[in-house]
Design a protein around this ligand. Structure first.
Ligand SMILES: NC(=O)c1ccc[n+]([C@@H]2O[C@H](COP(=O)([O-])OP(=O)(O)OC[C@H]3O[C@@H](n4cnc5c(N)ncnc54)[C@H](O)[C@@H]3O)[C@@H](O)[C@H]2O)c1
Length: 437
């Protein structure tokens, strides 16, 4: 029997042994989905705290409840380790390691490279290797394939190679790993088919495409689409300010059109480790082909400038009350990059706070999920959200609209509010104190 038929047989009988490299927001939910289908999954992570947590049945990922992980670990379906020994015994390996940017905003694919170099030591005929980390078109063929083929095995013939982008949206209650359609593209048709067959055991809808490059590009189109549209709506917010219009009213009005319009919201900037970063992977790749990704660069400039817009607005509001930023007490509500998560990676709140501190403001913050944040001037500890603290502030800036907050109450006790998220849209009393982005 040829290698592909053998592997398909192991997938159908759930005898295929699965490895997931990187047990973060992407890897751990994937490991859980496969284990739920009865596969034995070994998770590999260089962070030994995560490894021992998983082996004790404890989840470190908000979207994977401990009560779901624990029985899978107890039944021996999920095991974690902090080394790569034994990857040669696995039938399918999913790589879910980070893909950050360097300080120069160039892709940092060193995590992928180091992971593949480890896998290559034990790669054998009949294995399926799938990259899930977001990256530029060409990574699977140019970076991964040669390293796996170094000992003479051939992708598509001896072993199988594919790229399948991860689309998980942390905190999304409707769409998780199981019901978010999965795009998959392999080095050859066999590679695509085998990877698709494995995903179909755990994921409702699988969408095969003709190459790894197409699959890589699909992910970057999705996130560039978001970054560019957020950039557009942020610019519309700036235009509305000049025209003395309420951008939120304008968006609500446009959204009554049942076709051809999709809502995006302006705000203090973009955060998280996908939307601000991923488009730069594409832009970098195009630079190597002597092409400038203009929409990406423009959106990045507009979105990256929004914290400065917030600070300018804060300065004007204080100025109108004969106050300066220097010496004013400014209370920032919410530091996470989006509502109801604690994630502060790339959060625009940190930029807003740093900019205000540089101008001499006395900064305080509150966030239900973060007791402290690291700013340029050092660690800043959370202030209690009390009537007295709201009253004492010269200005309260709503940066993240966590649903825990009672904005009626916030407005009632604050002297002056700058709302960057339209969180106070429904607040009735005290509207004169509220100023929106
Ligand atoms: N988090 C999301 O919402 C999301 C969504 C879609 C795609 N992605 C992409 O998925 C990839 C992973 O993202 P994430 O959010 O899961 O990251 P993460 O930081 O939560 O997890 C990555 C894990 O990989 C581990 N790791 C690092 N180097 C390793 C190595 N050499 N070997 C083994 N483990 C290693 C880290 O310790 C960490 O636990 C990235 O490319 C990201 O862009 C993330």
């Amino acid at each position: 029997m040829d290698a592909s038929k053998q592997l398909i047989g192991k997938i159908e009988s759930r005898k295929a042994r699965i490895g997931v490299i990187g047990l973060g927001y992407v890897g751990l939910p994937l490991a859980v989905e496969f284990a739920r289908q009865g596969f034995r999954v070994v998770g590999i992570d260089v962070d030994s705290r995560k490894v021992s947590g998983v082996n004790a049945g404890r989840s470190h990922v908000e979207d994977v409840p401990t009560r779901e992980l624990r029985p899978l670990v107890k039944d021996g379906l999920i095991k974690a380790q902090d080394h790569y020994r034994g990857t040669g015994k696995m039938d399918a390996i999913f790589i879910c390691v980070p893909t950050p940017l360097r300080k120069t905003r160039d892709p940092d694919i060193s995590y992928i490279v180091s992971s593949v170099e480890q896998i290559a030591k034990e790669v054998r005929a009949g294995q399926l290797i799938v990259l899930e980390s977001t990256t530029y078109p060409g990574t699977t063929e140019e970076i991964i394939r040669p390293r796996l083929e170094a000992k003479g095995l051939r992708a598509g013939k001896d072993f199988f190679l594919a790229f399948s982008p991860e689309r998980v949206d942390p905190g999304n209650k409707t769409y998780g790993t199981h019901n978010t359609p999965k795009v998959v593209g392999g080095t050859t048709t066999d590679c695509t088919e085998i990877a698709a067959a494995l995903y179909r055991t755990a994921i409702e809808t699988v969408h095969p495409v003709t190459s790894t490059q197409a699959a890589e590009m699909i992910k970057l189109l999705e996130n560039t689409f978001r970054a560019v549209n957020i950039g557009l709506v942020n610019e519309v917010a700036l235009m509305c300010e000049k025209l003395n219009l309420d951008v939120w009213e304008v968006i609500d009005g446009a959204a009554t059109k049942p076709f051809g319009f999709m809502r995006f919201y302006p705000g203090p900037g973009i955060g998280g480790h996908c939307i601000p970063l991923d488009p730069h992977y594409l832009s970098w790749k195009l630079k190597t082909l002597n092409y400038s990704a203009r929409f990406i660069e423009l959106a990045s400039e507009i979105n990256g400038g929004m914290p400065e817009v917030v600070v300018r607005r804060a300065s004007r509001l204080l100025n109108e009350r004969r106050k300066s930023i220097k010496g004013s007490k400014i209370l920032v509500l919410g530091v996470a990059y989006k509502r109801d998560t604690g994630d502060v990676r790339e959060s625009p709140a940190l930029d807003v706070m740093n900019l205000l501190q540089r101008r001499g403001a006395r900064i305080q913050f509150h966030d239900p999920f973060n007791a402290q944040v690291k700013l340029e001037e050092g660690v800043c500890r959370r202030t209690a959200l009390t009537e007295a603290n709201l009253k004492k502030a010269d200005l309260v800036i709503i940066v993240t609209d966590h649903s825990d907050y009672d904005f009626n109450w916030v407005v009632r006790h604050s002297p002056l509010v700058l709302d960057t998220r339209n969180a106070t849209g429904k607040v009735k009393a005290g509207r004169r104190k509220i100023h929106k982005l």
